[in-house]
Design a protein around this ligand. Structure first.
Ligand code: FE2
Ligand code: FE2
Ligand code: FE2
Ligand code: FE2
Length: 288
């Protein structure tokens, strides 16, 4: 397999997942949380690794400057999706996402069809092969594995989906479908916190640091009780009031996790552990 083939396979793996997430986002803009967190973790690390390996080996500085500029554009496009997401602007999410996808597809093509053939002429095949290996290593080290951002985005996804069930918009024909989706996502979120994230933190933290975990677990029981009560609601009005109570409870619970616990977890866990947890929890969030 040539170095270009290896890069192509790696690109296909990245963009294949991103294309799937983009499709999901088109039919439900709340799913942009998955596209944002996946790309921030895997794509940005990929770009950073290229800049210090493959791009550095290319003596055509004008071309390299342009490629680095494209990395910056891709990062800005990702931030623009994030901004639209924070505003709950569904049309904005999709239009920013389309620009992001177009930039990414063109950029990957340029790397495979222009950069790699150029490098193949400039440097020996063996040297190019070791650059690809080095790029992979650096890419793995550059992953941010930001637990705070991953879990905060999942909070946002649940908030996004739950809002049509609130008292102010109760009576939606799709209430049953929306409720099942929210229920699945919220239970998965709690399950991953209690079975993956918190146990790992408790293992690495000093005994004095684990108090907030017990508080969060106790609050999860209150959240689950409200979720079940919402499912048992007999009419739109009682569903609306119970969901309002649930949203209120989630707001204070999530704030505590985002302000105290997640930052503490990011500071406490070793990078390799955070990488594993990031992957497992991302896959779990994406499964519902
Ligand atoms: Fe690149
Ligand atoms: Fe690339
Ligand atoms: Fe929680
Ligand atoms: Fe949470």
């Amino acid at each position: 397999m040539t170095p270009t083939d290896k890069l192509h396979i790696h690109h296909e793996k990245l963009i294949g997942t991103i294309r799937d997430l983009a499709e999901r986002t088109k039919s439900d803009s709340a799913e942009a949380s998955l596209l944002i967190t996946f790309s921030s973790e895997y794509l940005l690390a990929h770009a950073e690794a290229e800049e210090v390996t493959l791009y550095k080996a290319d003596s055509d500085t004008e071309f390299v400057d342009n490629m680095v500029h494209e990395h910056r554009k891709i990062k800005e496009a990702l931030e623009a999706i994030s901004t639209a997401y924070s505003k709950g602007d569904s049309a904005g999410i999709v239009s920013e996402m389309n620009s992001f996808m177009a930039l990414l597809e063109t950029h990957f093509e340029e790397e495979e069809n222009t950069l790699m053939p150029k490098l193949s002429k400039m440097i020996a095949q063996q040297e190019l092969e070791s650059l690809i290996v080095e790029a992979h290593q650096i890419e793995s080290e550059k992953k941010r594995s930001d637990i705070w951002s991953l879990f905060e985005h999942d909070h946002k996804r649940i908030d996004f989906n739950i809002s049509p069930l609130r008292k102010s918009s109760a009576g939606s024909d799709a209430a049953g479908t929306i409720y099942s989706k929210v229920r699945g996502q919220l239970l998965k979120h709690i399950e991953l916190e209690e079975s993956v994230l918190f146990p790992s933190f408790v293992q690495h933290a000093s005994p004095g640091q684990t108090g907030p975990v017990q508080v969060m677990i106790a609050e999860h029981r209150e959240i689950t009780a409200l979720l079940i009560a919402a499912g048992d609601s007999k009419d739109a009005a009682s569903l609306g009031s119970t969901v309002d109570a649930l949203v209120g409870k989630l707001a204070t619970h999530n704030k505590k996790e985002e302000l105290i616990l997640y930052p503490l977890i990011d500071r406490t866990l070793p990078a390799a552990e955070r990488q594993m947890i990031f992957k497992e929890c991302f896959d779990g969030f994406a499964s519902v």
